[in-house]
Design a protein around this ligand. Structure first.
Ligand code: IMP
Ligand code: MG
Length: 191
C-alpha cells in the first residue's frame, strides 16, 4: 500500500503499480499458454520475489504448484557477491519438473546463474526465468531470461517485495529512496 511515512523517503518512482500489474498479466497469459499440459512449479526466491509470485500465480490459468527457496548472497548492503548460501531449501523434489523461477530483480545475475545450474543438477526437466526487474548494465554473468521484466538503470530500488535493510517491501511500486536513506549503509547480506 501507499504509506505516508514511506512516501516521504522516496526520491523517485521507476515502475508504477499499474505498470507492474500490466507486465504480470502479460507474463501470466504467456506462461499459461507455454506450460499448458505440463507439471508447472513456480519457484520464488525469498523474500524479494514473494509479491511478484503472489501476483503472477493468481493470474495463471493452468494448474501450478508453488515452492520457495531462501538464498543469501553476501556482500555490502547494496552489492551482491558470487557466494550463494541456501538458507531454506525447497520442500519438494524438482526431478522431472518444469520450473519457472520467479525473481524480483537481476542485478549481477550471480544468484540466478547459481540457482539455474543447481536446479538442472537436481534433475529438473526445464528451468526458465521471470524476473520483474533487470539491471542489464550490471550483469556479471550471462542468464537466459525467457520472460523479461522492466529494464531499470543502475540504481538501488525498493518496493513490491524489494527491501533496503528489510524495509519498504510493502510499497506497491518500484522506487529509489532519497540519498540520505542509504547513508548508513553497512556490511550485510541480500535476500
Ligand atoms: P544478483 O546480483 O543478480 O545475484 O542479485 C541478488 C539479489 O540482490 C536480488 O534477487 C535482490 O534480492 C537483491 N537486489 C539486487 N539489486 C537490488 C536492488 O536494487 N534493491 C533491492 N534488492 C536488490
Ligand atoms: Mg532476490
Amino acid at each position: 500500500m501507499r504509506i505516508a511515512d514511506i512516501e516521504s523517503h522516496i526520491d523517485h518512482e521507476l515502475v508504477s503499480k499499474t505498470q507492474i500489474a500490466e507486465l504480470i498479466s502479460k507474463v501470466a497469459a504467456q506462461v499459461s499458454r507455454d506450460y499448458e499440459g505440463k507439471d508447472l512449479l513456480l519457484l520464488a526466491v525469498l523474500k524479494g520475489a514473494v509479491n511478484t509470485l503472489a501476483a503472477l500465480s493468481q493470474e495463471i490459468s493452468i494448474p501450478a504448484q508453488i515452492d520457495f527457496m531462501s538464498l543469501s548472497s553476501y556482500g555490502s548492503g547494496t552489492q551482491s557477491s558470487g557466494t550463494i548460501t541456501v538458507r531454506k531449501d525447497l520442500d519438494c523434489s524438482v526431478r522431472g519438473r518444469h520450473i519457472l523461477i520467479v525473481e524480483d530483480i537481476i542485478d549481477s545475475g550471480q544468484t540466478l546463474r547459481w540457482l539455474i545450474d543447481e536446479l538442472k543438477g537436481r534433475g529438473a526437466a526445464s528451468v526458465e526465468v521471470f524476473a520483474l526487474l533487470d539491471k542489464v548494465s550490471r550483469h556479471e554473468v550471462q542468464v537466459d531470461v525467457k520472460y523479461p521484466g522492466y529494464v531499470i538503470p543502475d540504481e538501488f530500488v525498493v518496493g513490491f517485495g524489494l527491501d533496503y535493510d528489510e524495509q519498504y517491501r510493502n510499497l506497491d511500486s518500484i522506487a529509489v529512496l532519497k540519498p540520505q536513506e542509504y547513508e548508513h549503509e553497512d556490511q550485510g547480506e541480500q535476500s
